[in-house]
Design a protein around this ligand. Structure first.
Ligand code: SAM
Ligand code: GLN
Length: 290
């Protein structure tokens, strides 16, 4: 009997589950929709439709990759983040939903103040450009600089900014944190989702993450805090009076990161926000008036 959408989905879902996917049905549907050039809803509308040999072969190849642990976003070459569709490949971390909290905090900060001149923001470690592009789109007056140490990430982020119509609004710099920036440049806002996985957490990462996403995007040094140490000490000289540093953190890092900001004596207000799962996720430190 010919394979139909329905029979093929049932089989591949079982197979991906066996291979350790935590979302086997969704994965199977996304990949089949891709092969057939439609949406997941189209699959259900055409549930009994028989598939051609070519379609089945192409689908099997995608399922084989997913069964090997490759994230669906890399197989499709795109990910969805805060109203954006972003190109992703193995040069960049797949943007995570919890990172949308960083975007929301940044937009809130920008919207709550009156600006005498266009506010400037730096996204340090921009990866796919997720945060920089979302903030640029959400606050049309902001001037945005986005940096990353990875040339592959910068190329992809620039491409994503162009696609989103933000190419003119964001200046991309390949840089080790602040090293490659103009030392006299200053910002009202510095945002960062730096690598924060520690030695202790590394072995427990899901295979899909550990074996496929760039280690340079994940590993934050032995205790996971290397980038926060640098950001706490280096960011203040690039922050204007009342400027804020907004960082995503691992859910067990709030005390350590607020401590690092406190130790510098340069941040007047330090606060922690939770994500939708109730985990500490965003730490903000703001400089004093002068
Ligand atoms: N901002 C993106 C997001 O939220 O989806 C990517 C975040 S990823 C956790 C961290 C990013 O920092 C990666 O793109 C990585 O290439 C970059 N990175 C790592 N070390 C860096 C460094 N020394 N200077 C600048 N960027 C760095
Ligand atoms: N949120 C990522 C994960 O779950 C880690 C991202 C980071 O290190 N900034 O693996």
């Amino acid at each position: 009997m010919a394979e139909t959408i329905s029979s093929l989905l049932a089989k591949s879902t079982g197979y991906l589950k066996e291979k350790g996917s935590t979302s086997p049905r969704l994965d199977a549907e996304l990949l089949l929709a891709e092969v057939l050039g439609g949406s997941r809803v189209d699959l259900y509308v055409n549930f009994g439709q028989p598939l051609s040999k070519g379609e089945i072969d192409r689908y099997r190849e995608l399922i084989r990759r997913r069964a090997g642990g490759e994230p669906v976003a890399y197989i499709l070459g795109r990910a969805y983040f805060h109203n954006l569709t972003l190109k992703v490949d193995r040069n960049v971390l797949v943007p995570r939903p919890e990172t949308e909290h960083v975007v929301e905090s940044a937009l809130k900060y920008l919207m709550e103040r009156e600006w005498q001149r266009p506010p400037r923001m730096l996204d340090a470690g921009t990866g796919s450009g997720a945060i920089a592009i979302s903030v640029a789109a959400g606050f049309p007056d902001a001037e945005v600089v986005a940096s990353d140490a990875s040339g592959g990430a910068i190329r992809l982020a620039e491409d994503n900014a162009l696609t989103a119509g933000m190419g003119e609004r964001i200046c991309f710099v390949r840089s080790d944190l602040f090293e490659g920036l103009d030392p006299t440049d200053t910002f009202d806002l510095i945002v960062s989702n730096p690598p924060y996985i520690s030695d202790e957490e590394w072995p427990g990462l899901p295979r899909d993450v550990r074996d496929f996403e760039p280690r340079e995007a994940l590993y934050g040094g032995p205790d996971g805090l290397d980038f926060y140490r640098r950001l706490a000490v280096e960011a203040p000289q690039y922050l204007r009076p009342r400027g804020c540093l907004i960082m995503e953190i691992g859910y067990r890092q709030a005390a350590a990161v607020t401590g690092l900001l406190g130790d510098t004596g340069l941040f007047e207000v330090v606060q922690v926000e939770k994500d939708y799962s109730g985990h500490d996720r965003v730490v903000t430190g703001c400089r004093a008036e002068v």
